[in-house]
Write a protein that binds this ligand. Structure first.
Ligand code: BES
Ligand code: MN
Ligand code: ZN
Length: 491
């Protein structure tokens, strides 16, 4: 969807739909005030009579209002004025976006960011609103093309505002492109989106941007590097694994890069520790970490941010063929540390540990891995927060702040050494599972052993990157958190 700014009076906007926000107990926004005036007090009267509801997420379409050039008006509720926060504002915008999405509209003009709260700047609100409307407009069509009688995604939208908001809008558009990329990749089935598909995606990205270079390692390359932890996962699959390395150079060569590492398990059957049918159904989403880092990479490249960024995708399929890794096998990772693989379904940490070791050659400033790593994270945090674990307080703080400021939020969990002994093994340096207690933490303990001398953070997106059932699919998270973190760094 194309989005641009328009500073002419909203009541004159020649559009299929004008969009305003209202709160309970707050003043009417400038656009709402103007509409109220030309329509003989319709807005105030309908608020009074509760025909317009102010509750957060409520929406109503009004047709043929006198004095409006627009065909219709969408009034979106944002709840109690004194309770309005950026997170609640985001929810109201998504509800408005969904209402637009379900209508066969081709254009709209948006004024919701006029609502003031919490001393937020207008540019912040515009960015959030534009991003929310973009995200709500997404429709998966690859294997289910749009039918003639169902509403197509909106083609263009304008937002109230002048050139002073141009950079905020450009950010929103670039963030939206990253989210969309991540959502499409996440939603694609595993028979299409396999490791080779992710590699092709990287080839396309590298071809599109001058500042981007690409390297792809195949299984032979990885065998030569001693990446036996990665290969232990890949071995059981007919689709061979790839390590995909995208490099974005937006700053001087001597500036240390941030490294993002994405878990790209394009399908997780569990391997020989086979998942139940019930638990396997959703496992095409097990590459959402990869989708997230690729999406954020696209956002950064589009914005030409002044920072260096390396994005490593560990693309692999976890399957149980005759050559598959057995429970109890002991393997030697690229770092030289040995691992007793007691459960082949704890495969994410195996591919990530070798990718972390590999990333050391880039002399990174920070390493951030992103993975749908544990079911335990879904139990702990549900679908709202990404789990964050880090060995560096400043890095953790920066990531939390970035997530808060774009409403793609994370919540930190501990990495105390007391948890480490759950990984003790009589047969190797460590086991790949830590038992039932604190599954998110012990998975992170495992990874932390490969990032000992690094500023490292791990984002568990098992709950936040996708939702199952209904019309939910991949969320595109944590593209917002990651891209905002890079944007903040480049300042
Ligand atoms: N990909 C799964 C984690 C997952 C589960 C993501 C549910 C999204 C929803 C991961 O590879 C896995 O299977 N983890 C195991 C680890 C266990 C064997 C220690 C899990 O969480 O059950
Ligand atoms: Mn698994
Ligand atoms: Zn997995």
């Amino acid at each position: 969807m194309k989005m641009n700014l328009d500073n002419s009076p909203p009541i004159e906007a020649q559009t299929e739909c004008l969009v305003i926000g209202v709160t309970e107990g707050g003043p009417l926004s400038p656009a709402a005030t103007a509409i109220d005036k030309v329509s003989g007090g319709t807005i105030s009267r309908m608020l009074e009579s509760k025909d317009i509801q102010t509750g957060l997420g409520k929406t109503v379409f009004l047709h043929g209002l006198p004095g409006l050039a627009a065909t219709r008006l969408l009034v979106a509720g944002f709840g109690k004025q004194e309770k309005l926060t950026l997170a609640r504002f985001d929810r109201g915008c998504i509800a408005a976006g969904k209402a637009l999405r379900n209508h066969a509209l081709t254009s709209c003009h948006i004024c919701v960011h006029e609502l003031e709260f919490e001393h937020t700047e207008i540019s912040r609100r515009l960015k959030q609103a534009a991003l929310a409307i973009h995200r709500a407009n997404y429709l998966y069509t690859t294997t289910k093309p749009l039918k003639d009688d169902s509403p197509a995604p909106m083609q263009s939208a304008s937002l109230q505002g002048g050139t002073e908001l141009q950079s905020a809008l450009e950010q929103a558009n670039a963030f939206a492109a990253g989210f969309e990329k991540a959502k499409i990749l996440g939603d694609l089935p595993a028979n299409i989106c396999n490791p080779a598909y992710l590699a092709q995606e990287a080839i396309n990205i590298a071809a599109r941007y001058d500042q981007v270079e690409l390297e792809i390692l195949d299984e032979d390359d990885m065998a030569e590097l001693g990446m036996d932890a990665f290969l232990a996962v890949s071995r059981g699959s007919a689709n061979s694994g790839k390590l995909i390395i995208l490099k974005y150079s937006g700053a001087e060569d001597d500036q240390k890069p941030a490294v993002f590492i994405g878990k790209g398990v394009t399908f997780d059957s569990g391997g020989l520790s086979l998942k139940s049918g019930e638990n396997m159904m959703q496992m095409k989403y097990d590459m959402c970490g990869a989708a997230g880092v690729i999406g954020a990479f696209v956002t950064c490249a589009r914005l030409q941010i002044q920072a260096n960024l390396i994005c490593i995708v560990a693309a692999v399929e976890n399957m149980p063929d005759g050559d598959a890794c057995r429970p109890g096998d002991v393997i030697t990772s690229m770092s030289g540390k040995t691992i007793e693989v007691l459960n082949t379904d704890a495969e994410g940490r195996l591919v990530l540990c070798d990718a972390i070791t590999y990333s050391e050659r880039f002399d990174p400033d920070v390493i951030i891995d992103v993975a749908t790593l544990t079911g335990a994270c879904v139990v702990a945090l549900g679908h709202h927060a990404t789990g964050l674990i880090s060995n560096d307080d400043d890095l953790a703080q920066d990531l939390l702040a970035a997530g808060d400021s774009i409403v793609d939020r994370a919540w930190r969990l501990p990495l105390w050494e007391e948890y480490q002994s759950q990984l003790d093994s009589p047969f190797a340096d460590m086991k790949n599972i830590g038992g039932m207690p604190a599954g998110v933490v012990t998975a992170s303990c495992f990874l932390s052993r490969f990032a000992e001398d690094q500023r490292w953070a791990h984002l568990d997106v098992a709950g936040s990157a996708w939702k199952w059932g209904g019309d939910d699919g991949a969320s595109g998270r944590p593209v917002g958190l990651l891209a905002q973190y890079m944007l903040d760094r480049s300042k």
